[in-house]
Design a protein around this ligand. Structure first.
Ligand code: NDP
Length: 332
């Protein structure tokens, strides 16, 4: 059975009296630095001199250059965007790591796909929150914790797992649970949810919207019916807490009958095949090769696709619906 670590299985002792360098002060960097500090751990921030560094200083952290922060710390949390990590790691992190230091990633992407080369004399671990940065902070403050995937990638000291669990405890993630998997598995699952499940769901939504609007239903009614009312969000919550099948009992008999009898025609779509295609591209490294080349060429396709996305009629339809239901006024 897959191991899930909880708070009572770890101790802060391996990181007490050590210096933790948080490299990057963005989404995860800020949240994790604040959580660690509030757990009584000594934290410094490594970041170029720019608005992120100013924010870290305003939050009361000692901010150094990345090289200085890495050189003076027993633990180095690499919390900058995955696309940037290979270059920054090679030039500013790897050459300055202390022997026996522990390098921590919040995603398995770079290590899992072999995009970075580690010195032999360091530990490498992953604590990958299944939560966006602000959620990592809010749920720590509320004492709730958040789930993470954790794993040891390289164990030079023989104590990598203890260090990883101590950090996970201090971050607050073990109040919820840290599930042990490899960095490669974490990266593949993450990419699959972005390239398989996400786009399949997005296409289902867009196809439904385009069909109904094309059939003459008012845009605002279509968007409200399908997702903007908040009912979908509520149902997803029920799926998490009650169960995907069990939550069906909260819907009317008409809804249950209609959904059960019509489900088969969608089960017959070649959906699994398409999802497997996305998974195969991820596992074989085809996607990583393509994405690395795209970045080297200055993101021509990425820019084109983003432009096209912004020109989609959905943007106006949604604004129209928000206005009709006074969303902005409600938020205030
Ligand atoms: P952000 O985009 O929020 O990171 C911004 C930080 O990275 C800033 O401090 C920025 O400083 C720094 N940075 C950007 N470019 C460079 C550069 N060339 N050299 C040095 N520093 C740089 O990243 P996230 O927090 O989103 O992601 C960090 C890690 O966390 C990634 O591994 C990601 O996969 C993982 N993760 C992220 C989640 C999220 O909530 N977004 C969820 C779970 C995991 P500046 O630009 O000013 O130099």
């Amino acid at each position: 059975m897959t191991k899930v670590y909880h708070d009572n299985e770890s101790s802060l002792e391996p990181i007490m009296n050590k210096t933790i360098a948080v490299i990057g002060y963005g989404n995860q960097g800020r949240a994790q630095a604040l959580n660690l500090r509030d757990s009584g751990i000594r934290v410094i921030v490594g970041n170029p001199k720019d608005p992120y560094a100013v924010k870290a200083s305003e939050d009361g952290f000692c901010v150094k250059s990345i090289i200085e922060a890495v050189g003076g710390s027993e633990v180095v949390m690499v919390l900058i965007p995955d696309e940037i990590i290979p270059e920054v790691f090679k030039d500013e992190i790897a050459p300055h790591l202390m022997e026996g230091a522990c390098v921590v990633f919040a995603s398995g992407y770079c290590a899992g796909f072999g995009l970075v080369k580690f010195p032999d004399n360091v530990d490498v671990v992953m604590i990958a929150p299944r939560m966006i940065g602000p959620g990592v902070r809010d749920r720590y403050v509320q004492g709730l914790g958040f789930p993470s995937f954790v794993g040891v990638h390289q164990d030079f000291t023989g104590r990598a797992k203890d260090t990883m669990l101590a950090l996970a405890k201090a971050l607050g993630t073990l109040w919820s649970g840290g599930l042990e998997i490899s960095m490669r598995q974490e990266a593949e699952l993450d990419l699959f949810s972005e390239q398989g499940f996400g786009p399949a769901f997005g296409n289902l939504l867009m196809n439904s919207i385009q069909l109904l609007v094309g059939e003459g239903y008012p845009v605002e009614a279509v968007l409200m019916e399908l997702f903007m009312s908040g009912e979908l969000e509520y149902t997803l919550n029920k799926m998490t807490n009650e169960g995907v099948i069990e939550q069906m009992d909260f819907h009317s008999h008409t809804s249950q009958y209609g959904s059960m009898t019509r489900a088969r025609r969608f089960a017959e779509l070649p959906l699994r095949e398409k999802l497997k295609q996305s998974l195969d591209e991820i596992r074989s490294g085809k996607f990583i090769t393509e994405w690395t080349r795209e970045q080297e060429q200055g993101l021509p396709n990425f820019k084109k696709l983003k432009e096209r996305r912004l020109n989609h009629p959905m943007v106006n339809w949604q604004n129209q619906t928000r206005d009709a239901f006074h969303f902005h006024k409600v938020e205030k």
